[in-house]
Design a protein around this ligand. Structure first.
Ligand SMILES: Nc1ncnc2c1ncn2[C@@H]1O[C@H](COP(=O)(O)OP(=O)(O)OP(=O)(O)O)[C@@H](O)[C@H]1O
Ligand SMILES: Nc1ncnc2c1ncn2[C@@H]1O[C@H](COP(=O)(O)OP(=O)(O)OP(=O)(O)O)[C@@H](O)[C@H]1O
Ligand SMILES: [Mg+2]
Ligand SMILES: [Mg+2]
Lengths: 225, 225
């Protein structure tokens, strides 16, 4: 479902070049659960931003379902980012003035789902991540791990074919982290949702089908999970 | 050095009360390394904000060096927050328009250290957290784990007597996390700096002198490390 060919992402900083990604080739099959593991700064978030169409590579091509995503028009790109892909940001990126429920329901608004139906679905997903008692809290009225779970719930709102999860358990205790891993793994197994997770969490790595090890913007090795 | 007596922190949410902390008593000795462990939402960050004088309790008293911090005037409180305590925020709270070096040097400006000396010290601390190649990057030009390490470096800038570390390894891979734990533990052992760390990271918990287990705003039990 996803093919990455010779991807590079350079940054120019005051005369010197930084290669956040430097010649990455990767293929991910439909319904696979892949872990992306590597040191801080090795290029995981950068790769996610390219797969999710939130950033453009300096070189190389990203194909989703055989289509080069740099060739999509604004409408098709929006559809990709809103309907096909669910994105769990490493820094949550919740909207501060909206409640947890409104944050989770937002993607459904863009997908044309009626408001009440979207809010009801949002409440159901928030209950499934353990936040039934925090539906009307704004992000500033939530702990970091609770905000992270709202971000996880939001990614599931449109039943996407692919979820890009960037460090989804970083702020969670072991038990809550395990619940989230079971939830995401369950969607992968029951609905055939493709799950790509950047993580340092051994529990998540163990549950995956394949592990892609990254270092300094390159893929070091790929293992069976 | 820190005494917490019958602390509570309530929030009023549309008619119902939420107890982020509900009757917490705790004493932490000078030079101790204490881990604060508990599920997401159990009150760790709230307790840090009260100890660090960034928030006021609804009930109870926080004493630092025998002084009730709610009785401090604005000048004494600023001295406490800037010189005595180093704060590693769970969400980093770096200043986006400043470089990594300027962010780390900022507390030294408030402490009256000459500018060049502060910047030089900041570069030294940034090198000690593995960011020698990222001194002039702004937060937006850094990975999340790199931003977290800038936040850790900033907390060390004024050689504080106490460091409050809120999930300092959440975004770091195992090796980088280990380096940070060794660094903080080293300051604790060599300089007698008091270290209080909220964490879900087993490596950090194991290195500590005592473990305070929290749940639903209360202390559940306290163990020797
Ligand atoms: N401004 C607020 N209004 C209402 N409730 C709040 C507010 N801030 C925090 N809370 C609630 O207080 C509880 C404690 O929050 P706190 O941030 O201290 O938890 P935590 O232990 O740090 O969690 P985490 O491990 O997820 O960071 C949470 O349930 C949270 O929803
Ligand atoms: N805008 C930018 N300008 C310059 N360098 C950048 C920029 N954004 C990212 N980088 C660099 O690119 C590298 C890869 O960053 P990326 O965020 O992808 O790492 P990561 O693997 O997600 O790390 P972490 O585990 O800490 O989240 C880092 O070394 C970072 O400093
Ligand atoms: Mg990242
Ligand atoms: Mg917290």
């Amino acid at each position: 479902i996803i093919q990455i060919e010779k991807i590079a992402r350079e940054y120019e900083m005051g005369g010197s070049k930084i290669y956040a990604l430097d010649g990455v080739n990767l293929e991910i099959g439909r319904g696979e659960y892949v872990s992306l593991v590597g040191p801080s700064g090795s290029g995981k978030t950068t790769l996610f931003n390219l797969i999710g169409g939130l950033d453009r590579p300096t070189q190389g091509v990203v194909y989703i379902d055989g289509v080069d995503i740099s060739k999509l028009d604004a409408y098709e790109l929006a559809w990709l980012r809103c309907r096909k892909i669910g994105y769990i940001f490493q820094t949550f990126n919740l909207i501060p003035v909206l409640t947890a429920t409104e944050n989770v329901a937002l993607p459904t608004v863009f997908a044309g789902v009626p408001r009440d139906e979207g809010l009801k679905k949002a409440e159901k997903i928030l209950a499934s991540v353990g936040l039934k008692e925090r539906l009307h809290h704004k992000p500033g009225e939530l702990s970091a791990g609770q905000q992270q779970r709202v971000a996880i719930a939001r990614a599931m709102a449109n039943d996407p074919a692919i979820i890009l999860a960037d460090e989804p358990t970083g702020n969670l205790d072991l038990n809550t982290g395990m619940e989230i891993i079971d939830l995401l793994h369950g969607l992968n197994k029951s609905r055939g949702m493709t799950l790509i997770a950047a993580t340092h969490d051994l529990k998540m790595i163990k549950a995956s089908d394949r592990i892609v090890w990254m270092r300094d913007g390159k893929i070091e090795k790929i293992e069976r999970g």
